[in-house]
Design a protein around this ligand. Structure first.
Ligand code: AMP
Length: 292
């Protein structure tokens, strides 16, 4: 099956308007392309919520900071569209260029309209990637306006992104269901990510300490450990087994507020989150855990 690739906001909006008038339900899966099995799981989930599934492929410049990998981020639109056609489940791809999404410019320090969820972006990744989440929420809001979805599907791998988008939708009264999909992993446990392809074989091997640290911490919480100190200590110990890992953060926070907590309380949802560099490649992993 050939999948239509729509390049302009105007065409996307008029198609989606017609679909809505025809009584269709639309689900959107926003991506930056370089698709892997994680993205495909989002598409399968989207299908459960809608009869029309749209995937967007857009490498959003405003969520990359200075010195980050905007220029080398993998871009292979035609290959991605072919892969989507092979697996099925997507009715159309929205693949705008930068000028289409940012008609007045995409300078991160320029005068334009931003959507910003303040507070939640002060923690975890947000502490080290200033303006990253402002770029994410701004582009996701624009994608929502272009694609008019009833449901939008995101990966829980990007845990902070998920929490922030859910808050944006709630705070801005957007009539959209936000659905999260558990992290899809390689057989050895590493979370699939378009950035894994930057890793050397040695880095790829050592990167396994990240999921191992996250699993171990989740297990500790599941077994009743309520003190944050020992949990974080064992995460750091596991990460230290890799000489190549440069840890950026290792934290256990409240999953709703993303605030650090001194102690886990029964019934609360905790988020275990880790970010580490292997060479220039920054990897993240996380797990939402209900405290027993
Ligand atoms: P990206 O293309 O990396 O911006 O990701 C697009 C969407 O796919 C986001 O909602 C991600 O959270 C999600 N995603 C990326 N990797 C995975 C994974 N391994 N498992 C599940 N979802 C993922």
């Amino acid at each position: 099956m050939r999948i239509p690739v729509i390049k302009t906001v105007r065409e996307m909006q008029s198609r989606c308007e017609r679909l809505r008038l025809g009584g269709h339900r639309i689900a959107l899966v926003p991506t930056m392309g370089a698709l892997h099995a994680g993205h495909l799981a989002l598409i399968r989930e989207a299908r459960k919520h809608a009869d029309t599934v749209l995937a967007s492929i857009f490498v959003n410049p405003t969520q990359f900071g200075e010195g980050e990998d905007l220029n080398r981020y993998p871009r292979r639109l035609s290959q991605d569209v072919e892969a989507l056609a092979d697996v099925g489940g997507v009715d159309a791809v929205f693949a705008p260029d930068v000028g289409e999404m940012y008609p007045t410019g995409a300078e991160t320090n320029g005068d334009t309209t931003w959507v910003e969820v303040t507070g939640l972006d002060a923690h975890l990744c947000g502490r080290y990637r200033p303006d990253h989440f402002r770029g994410v929420t701004t582009v996701v809001a624009k994608l929502f306006h272009a694609c008019k979805p009833h449901t939008a599907v995101f990966g829980l791998k990007d845990a902070q992104q998920f929490v922030i988008i859910r808050r944006m939708v709630r705070d801005l009264l957007m009539d959209i269901d936000v659905v999260g999909v558990p992290t899809v992993r390689a057989e050895d446990g590493l979370a699939l990510s378009s950035r894994n392809e930057y890793l050397s074989p040695e880095q790829r091997q050592q990167a396994l300490v990240i999921p191992q640290a996250v699993f171990q911490a989740s297990e500790q919480i599941g077994l009743g450990e309520q003190q944050i100190g020992p949990i974080v200590e064992s995460i750091r110990k596991k990460l230290a087994e890799s000489p190549l890992a440069r840890v950026q953060y290792a934290e256990v926070v409240d999953a709703d507020s993303l605030q650090p907590v001194a102690r886990l309380e029964p019934g609360m949802e905790a988020l275990v989150a880790v970010a580490a560099y292997f060479g220039d490649t920054r990897l993240i992993d996380s797990a939402f855990v209900r405290v027993p």
